[in-house]
Ligand binder design. Sequence first.
Ligand code: PEP
Length: 252
Amino acid sequence: MPKKIVAGNWKMNLTFTEADDLLNEIAELLENETIEAQIVVCPPHPYLEMAGDVAKESSFAIGAQNLSPFESGAYTGDVSSAMLKSMEVTYCIIGHSERRKYYNEDDKMLTAKVNQAIEHQIIPIFCVGEALPEREAGKHFETVRHQVRHGLFHLDTNEFSEVVIAYEPVWAIGTGVTASPEQAREMHAYIRQLIDERYGKEVADTTSILYGGSCNAKNAAEIFSQQGVDGGLIGGASLIPKEFLAICKAVK
Ligand code: PEP
């Protein structure tokens, strides 16, 4: 069985004090809850240490939103996987459509980031998903196949077994429009089939594939109950503690 995971991607939001408040509110809300899923909180880099301190007393894990494709050295502004690992960061989002779009992160760059993460025992949450024109042209499978193959399939079986995939149709991110349960189920099954063809059934059956794109407390249960959907990557709603908790609880 794949591990169930709900990861909150805070993106570039919140001041230090606001982040402190949100972390503590999440920890407080989780105190009396038994959640089936591994909860992962992904704050901006400057708040990772604070998040790690709160997480020590709580049940959530810490993820970063980005890491450097390089090991170390003269890369001003970059944060390496070794640095993240030394701050108890367990997961890192890689290949998010916002980074592909605004920072031109291509297959080569993403492969380098995935390699860095794996080398330092950080679990990549590797995002894939088609843009609206690709969906409308019926090319969504082709797009996702390319992203999965070119971003991940250079890994050997042991390395790939560490990876989490998030299917995030670009047209659903931050738009209030979610993929239909059927669209999510269909794409998750397709991704699993690709993994099966490359790594075999055992790996395919244990890879966590999350859905992301305008998940909220109202729609999460239906999406998460679809065959092959192992949880979610949550953007906007992860900034609202009770909403985030309700989404986490929707994983069964
Ligand atoms: C995301 O950014 O990964 C995401 C899923 O955002 P939202 O939930 O806001 O659509």
